[in-house]
Ligand binder design. Sequence first.
Ligand code: GLA
Length: 385
Amino acid sequence: MSVSDRAAQAFADRFGAAPEGVWAAPGRVNVIGEHTDYNGGFVLPVAMEHTTRAAVGRRDDGRVAFASLQGDGQVVTLALDELRPGYPEGWAGYPAGVVVGLRERLAGGVNVLVDTDVPVGAGLSSSAALTCSVALALRDLAAPELRPQDLVELARGAENDFVGAPTGILDQSASVLCTAGHALFLDTRDLVSEQVPLDLAAAGLALLVVDSGVAHDHAEGGYGDRRRECEEAAARLGVALLREVDDVSGLAALADGTSQGELLLRRARHIVTENARVLEVVAALRGDADPRTIGPVLTAGHESLRDDFEISIPLLDACVEAAVEAGAHGARMVGGGFGGSAIALVEAAAVDAVTAAVAERFAREGQPAPRTFVTVPSAGARRLA
Ligand code: GLA
């Protein structure tokens, strides 16, 4: 049975009628450009082949129901006018936030059943896959005028305003806008994007993803701290966004001799150097350069996240080190940080050796073997049925 049929069948089992359609949206890995999005900077994600599928059908009684093939099988059912930020809690808050964003178009309510193979809590944007699959469904059913950028904003609003996770637009943009065979070069300030061809297989390369198994959570903790630190650094420099600083020499004013000034300097230095790394990688991929040359740029990005931005964890540092020692051209942690996944750019012929070296390193650290897989740049959100 196809994944689309599986979702449609499960929907019919739960709700007693066929859905009006089935939609899919992918998770992502970001090649480079981490934590730049809420600073108005550059990002370069690819969509993965892993998706969340949403089977959706409208109701006529003003209620909404959310079911998932993952988790405890409970159907969360409530009146549309009961939905409010933070309620319902848990995974259903994500689709609920999207429904609320289009509330006036959905007065009769809606049934949503989701199924996913995007690893959850792994820094691979399972939440964006969820919100974007539902956003696309609701556009097709109730709001055909919405443009792709509107879907990004609708999905982001669900996370920021409804669930309360203060993310930027990297994940939702990747899930909606990516195309197969390309990385998405996005300027998050000007909202200009370009599809950059990325055919690693043709170059004999593979992008290996390593899920550390250490879950992260954006709704609290360090992610919000980093946002505030970046805002404070920008304010001290007199710019609206750190994106406006082109070169680390423009950060000198942060070094005021205090430990807070030194901390803000390091945070801002990550953003400025990371934006430069995105441009460097895009230039290499646009030109005739061997894609292997981007490897060291990825590793430099990791070091900057580890030392200046301080959002890595020792296990991801060990993972990156082990991958590079085993011959990866470059490797880095991806996503919001404090757990989640790493990527490694490896020779296709070396995938097994690098995977084994990483697993061996995890074992030495006393950790269970990580989940690993090779990902290829895949399609963004789409209708399946
Ligand atoms: C999370 C957020 C994104 C982005 C990344 C870090 O994935 O959802 O908006 O900030 O972290 O690059």
